[in-house]
Design a protein around this ligand. Structure first.
Ligand SMILES: [Zn+2]
Length: 262
């Protein structure tokens, strides 16, 4: 079935004089590649060669809009690492999602792609956050990055992550950190699309930092977050994270799985 469809599309690509890039992306769509892996658009963000503007589309369920502190922090953190001379624009939309209770990575991808206003790579680079009602299938998860441009934050779980044992940490604090953390994954942290010269990946939690002062520390995206931090939550990339991104940007650190490269 799949190969017939593939052959049909391949033939139509050969016969119709539409731009080959369109055919390539449709072929990749069928092969499940075009949306890439988290970190797959890291170079597209870090460098300004192809995309001079970054748009962050945040689609939230009614009543699930992000805190204004989350939006401004995200803009600030991305502005520190992504070279975007025409700026970083945040678009907020209220959306009624087709799913309101139980989410999986597949559902986040499907519904995320359906609700996105424009493709990730057009004249601008577009990254997409959905903030729906409901929880992830593993309800200890506060946020996920599911491909090169799609993130989900689960506000119901973020509310559950506050603890009476640590009243200093509010759900707003947690949302701030989780949002930056998931974007760190889109930027390839830690070791998702490269290998760091620094030994800062947590061997027990792959893809995460072993430094609890980094926003990429593993516990940031889990419901037990309040138990792991005595003081304030980390909201920033640490020096190793920043060095990794700088190395990817300059080419000093080799990158893989990139949907765009210079
Ligand atoms: Zn994570």
């Amino acid at each position: 079935m799949k190969s017939n469809k593939l052959l049909g599309l391949f033939l139509s690509c050969l016969m119709i004089s539409i731009p080959m890039s369109g055919c390539t992306s449709e072929l990749k769509e069928i092969l499940g590649e075009s949306w890439g892996v988290p970190g797959g658009l890291a170079l597209a963000c870090l460098r300004d060669d192809a995309y001079r503007e970054l748009v962050i589309e945040i689609d939230h369920a009614p009543g699930y809009n992000p805190e204004s502190s989350t939006v401004s922090l995200l803009k600030e953190r991305l502005g520190q690492v992504c070279d975007k001379p025409d700026g970083i624009r945040i678009e907020l939309n209220e959306v009624n999602f087709a799913e309101t209770s139980s989410w999986t990575a597949t559902k986040v991808r499907e519904i995320g792609h359906e609700t996105m206003d424009a493709p990730p790579q057009s004249s601008e680079l577009r990254w997409h956050v959905i903030m729906p009602q409901g929880k992830y299938s593993d309800d200890s998860v506060l946020g996920v990055a599911v491909d090169a441009s799609t993130i989900a934050l689960f506000s119901d779980s973020i509310d559950d992550a506050t603890s009476i044992f640590n009243p200093r940490i509010s759900s707003e604090d947690i949302e701030n950190s989780v949002m930056v953390h998931e974007f760190g994954h889109l930027l390839g942290l830690v070791n998702l699309v490269y290998t760091s010269p620094a030994d800062h990946e947590d061997s027990e939690h792959p893809g995460h930092s072993n430094n609890e002062d980094s926003v990429m520390y593993w516990a940031v995206e889990t419901v037990s977050i309040s138990a792991w931090f005595a003081g304030d939550l980390p909201t920033a990339f640490d020096q190793d994270d920043l060095n990794d991104m700088e190395g990817m940007k300059t080419g000093e650190i080799a990158t893989k799985d990139q949907l765009w490269r210079p």
